[in-house]
Design a protein around this ligand. Structure first.
Ligand SMILES: [Zn+2]
Length: 385
């Protein structure tokens, strides 16, 4: 049985939290006593002879929860290169999607290898407790545990817009063995028909969907026209937006998603005020996932983080994929986000990666705080000055 005590000058236990929302406990020079991979206690003196002391170099946090990733793209060494326009601002989102689809069709792409590599990455770079991963549909990648202390939450991605594929997909989802997935991920408004979406929200599982990500998407919804329509027509010359899209606004999608037990709305960069208010009203079952470095890679308009938080919307952090961010390290996402949003306190970012997603995703038995009985999985961070 492995027993040790671990300490640092600063430990964020994230406990003493007001209904899972408030600022977590910050302890100075306490000891987390670990026995057989479980936290036994947090005390003023070490319980065990073997002591790991991070001193001033690192603070200890609960292992973080990455609320949005695509491990299947982990073979990409760096984000997809795109021509820069308008002084580095606003890159071609439709072109990025097209390049990504090309990569997926290339001989380099191998989702099984990519996920195996990503799993190794998480084992070698400790600090992640759980990952909400959008996995290719219909591939069985194995169990939901990575090592002893990391949960891999598998959300098969659903893409189906024409009536033939829609029927097939619904049959396939009905046949998916329950133990092979933890949620379902309709890709985005333009790639999933209303019929499939209705079916998915009725499946009784957590849904994760990209929504209101780009101005092109909002344009497609409002006018049934624009760059995204052209892109869809390149895949399918018969693509008919009026048969695929649900309504004219992101709100129509939010209303649909609110019928799922829980919904992770990924990005939400272009939500309007009434849509933000709707998410705030449904904050027990709906949350936004913000992916800071990926957001800036695309040059989307500034993410309305303060507005969302002030309104009472639940916001979590994710990395997104290596097609738009350099690595899957949430600490790097926090350090980046702090620079972009200096008015948001560090503790808020820490909640967005620990207690809040743990509560939302029902993971508090093992994750979210440093407390006795939980898995001894920690994140070590060098806090920004
Ligand atoms: Zn994504």
């Amino acid at each position: 049985m492995t027993q040790y005590s671990v300490t640092s000058d600063l430990i964020y236990t994230m406990t003493n939290v007001d209904g899972g929302v408030g600022v977590g406990g910050i302890l100075e020079k306490k000891y987390i006593n670990v026995s057989d991979k479980i936290i036994l206690s947090v005390s003023g003196k070490p319980e065990f002879k073997h002591i790991v002391d991070y001193g001033k170099t690192r603070s200890i946090l609960p292992a973080m929860i990455n609320s949005h990733a695509h491990l299947e793209l982990n073979q990409l060494k760096s984000p997809i290169k795109l021509p820069e326009i308008e002084n580095n601002y606003h890159r071609h989102f439709d072109q990025w999607l097209q390049n990504l689809i090309q990569f997926r069709k290339s001989s380099t792409y191998n989702s099984i290898k990519a996920i195996a590599e990503a799993r190794k990455y998480f084992l070698d770079n400790k600090g992640t407790g759980a990952i909400v991963d959008i996995v290719p549909f219909g591939v069985d990648f194995g169990g939901k545990n990575i090592g002893d202390d990391i949960l891999w939450l598998r959300f098969p991605e659903v893409i189906a817009w024409d009536s033939k594929t829609v029927k097939q997909k619904i049959k396939q989802i009905n046949k998916l063995p329950k133990e092979n997935f933890d949620g379902l991920s309709p890709h985005a408004p333009q790639t999933v028909s209303g019929e499939v979406l209705e079916f998915l929200v009725g499946c009784g599982v957590t849904i994760s969907m990209h929504l209101a990500e780009s101005a092109d998407e909002i344009q497609l919804l409002q006018t049934r026209d624009g760059k995204l329509l052209n892109m869809m027509r390149r895949f399918d010359e018969n693509y008919d937006p009026s048969k695929v899209l649900v309504g004219r606004r992101a709100m129509d999608y939010l209303k649909l998603l609110s019928r799922a037990p829980r919904a992770l709305v990924v990005h939400g960069n272009y939500l309007d005020e009434t849509e933000i208010q709707f998410l705030a009203k449904h904050n027990q079952t709906m949350a936004i996932v913000y992916t800071p470095r990926s957001h800036d890679y695309f040059g989307f308009r500034e993410f309305p983080l303060k507005r969302l938080l002030d309104a009472g919307v639940r916001v979590f952090l994710g990395t997104d994929s290596k097609a738009s961010t350099p690595d899957l390290n949430l600490t790097n996402e926090i350090n980046h986000a702090i620079k972009i949003h200096p008015q948001i306190p560090l503790e808020t970012f820490l909640q967005m990666t620990t207690t809040l997603p743990a509560t939302f995703l029902n993971l508090t038995k093992d994750y979210g705080t440093i407390e006795s009985g939980k898995i001894a999985a920690f994140s070590l961070i060098k806090l920004p000055k």
